[in-house]
Design a binder for this molecule. Structure first.
Ligand SMILES: [Zn+2]
Length: 243
């Protein structure tokens, strides 16, 4: 309440450089834009976790783009939601555009757009699903019947994912999400796009997809604002340049 009043009186400061100039100043906005791909790309973690849905991203999760997502999630900069939504939108459109069942659902029974549940820490700070406002902004541009639905819930407290490798993240998250009981009918037979902010190992999207399929989802796709750069693994038996 108090912060709402302060927002009315004081101009917002930039979430990254903290100078006046709105939620994100022109200079920092340009820094984030430099992290965006010319067009959305598939996110392909290496190796992809079992059950990782086909996922599209708008940019690379580094530098200013990672910082602005952190500011939204961990520094209570909810005023960034419209901007983050605009950066999520191209990935969401690509995910839907590449999949016939998603396009049909969008113009038929409805497409479920599902934000992943937040960490316990994020929930304490901001209610149940911190991504909801961002996803709602982006889904509004899809046209058709895009239904943003917080159908997923965490079943247990998981460890902080930072510092865990791909295998540890997958183990940490397996079975950690479920479809809310009263939402099971909506998920059964539905085409879903599950949305995360940044993709690292893909473990979060894979767990979300597992929970949605367990509740009878017909198809699960993924979209995110950014992904960490794919690590290129050279197979051990690949021939060297001199044979
Ligand atoms: Zn700035």
């Amino acid at each position: 309440m108090l912060s709402d009043l302060v927002d009315l009186v004081l101009p917002a400061t930039c979430a990254l450089c903290h100078r006046p100039g709105g939620a994100l100043c022109a200079g920092c906005r340009a820094d984030v834009t430099a992290c965006l791909h010319p067009s959305p790309r598939p996110a392909v973690p290496s190796p992809p976790p079992p059950g990782m849905p086909s996922c599209w991203v708008t940019g690379e999760a580094s530098g200013a783009l990672r910082a602005v997502v952190t500011a939204y999630k961990d520094e209570d900069r909810r005023d960034l939601a419209p901007q983050l939504g605009r950066w999520l939108a191209p990935a969401l459109r690509a995910a839907v555009g590449q999949d016939g069942s998603a396009r049909r659902a969008l113009h038929g029974r409805g497409l479920l757009v599902v934000p992943v549940p937040g960490s316990p820490r994020a929930r304490r700070r901001r209610g149940d699903v911190p991504l909801l406002a961002v996803v709602s902004e982006a889904a509004g541009g899809l046209g058709g019947r895009a239904v943003v639905a917080t159908v997923l819930a965490s079943t247990r407290v998981t460890r902080d994912q930072s510092g865990l490798d791909a295998r540890a993240r997958a183990a940490n998250l397996h079975g950690a999400m479920t479809v809310r009981e009263r939402q099971e009918r909506a998920v059964s037979g539905a085409v879903c796009v599950v949305v995360d902010d940044l993709v690292t190992t893909g473990a979060t999207l894979a767990e979300a997809a597992r929970a949605l399929h367990a509740a009878g989802a017909a198809q699960v796709l993924g979209a995110a604002i950014g992904a960490t750069r794919r690590r290129v693994l050279v197979p051990a038996n690949s021939p060297g340049p001199a044979g």
